[in-house]
Design a protein around this ligand. Structure first.
Ligand SMILES: C[S@@+](CC[C@H](N)C(=O)[O-])C[C@H]1O[C@@H](n2cnc3c(N)ncnc32)[C@H](O)[C@@H]1O
Length: 230
């Protein structure tokens, strides 16, 4: 099915942050699925190694499910999210709060580093976020995320793969190719959520010559991408 109504897309996009605020206390149930545990353990170990010794800027931290593993060997870690409700959950995690800090920030309007000021961040991370960026905003989002980081920084993105019979079905696709899922919270409320499943080729296209050391990996339920900014 397709829907070319830009107003429908905009209102779904505007609703997305509120959906995650309402979901904060039940969000991590998604990580309880027994068949995903092997992938999750692999990702936790991989994230720990990726960020060892790094000064990391993370967008859309959410409830911080990955933080205990990912921050374990990092030099410093700046969590950001648009919703205080999810960051409150993250702050309850067993973390080293000398190294791990929290700030409210819109991932589309990052201003942790002023224009032309030197960035303190030599790494960037976004987990399960890129899938929520509309196709038409992907290039610009990457660009302004990169602008917050040092030249040569390591960037790590990871997200869900679409797995038939396991992922929530895509019930419609709009005219620019964004997919939409219908999700239900435990109070019975229904939420339409934009969710994309980009391919390796799409990410190579988007990043092009801006990056080196491009490494794309597919696990059963997740993809990971690690690259270095030029
Ligand atoms: C799928 S969750 C990912 C949470 C976490 N990174 C993880 O891997 O579990 C998406 C997160 O994006 C946040 N979010 C939604 N819109 C945002 C925006 N414009 N700026 C920053 N965060 C946003 C939500 O609050 C939510 O925590």
């Amino acid at each position: 099915m397709s829907n070319s109504d830009p107003i429908a897309q905009a209102s779904t996009e505007q609703h997305m942050p509120r959906y995650y605020a309402q979901r904060a206390s039940e969000y991590e149930r998604v990580f309880d699925r027994p068949h995903r545990q092997a992938n999750i353990a692999t990702l936790q170990a991989w994230l720990r190694a990726q960020f060892s010794g790094r000064r990391v800027l993370e967008v859309a931290t959410g409830t911080g499910f990955w933080l205990p593993a990912a921050t374990a060997e990092a030099q410093s870690w700046q969590c950001t999210d648009i919703n205080p409700e999810v960051l409150a959950e993250a702050k309850a995690k067993p973390l080293d709060f000398e190294r791990v800090k929290f700030q409210l920030a819109d991932a589309y309007a990052l201003d942790l580093v002023a224009p032309k000021a030197p960035s303190p961040f030599d790494a960037g991370f976004a987990g399960l976020w890129f899938s929520h960026v509309p196709v038409s905003r992907q290039a610009a989002w990457l660009q302004q995320f990169h602008q917050q980081l040092q030249a040569g920084a390591r960037v790590v993105l990871m997200d869900n793969r679409y797995v038939e019979g396991d992922s929530s079905p895509i019930f419609r696709i709009d005219s620019e190719g964004n997919g939409y899922q219908m999700r239900e919270l435990s109070n019975g409320s229904q939420h339409e959520v934009l969710k994309n499943f980009p391919s390796e080729a799409r990410m190579r296209d988007l990043l092009g010559a801006q990056v080196s050391e491009f490494e794309w990996t597919e696990l059963d339920y997740f993809w990971t991408l690690s690259y270095r900014l030029r």
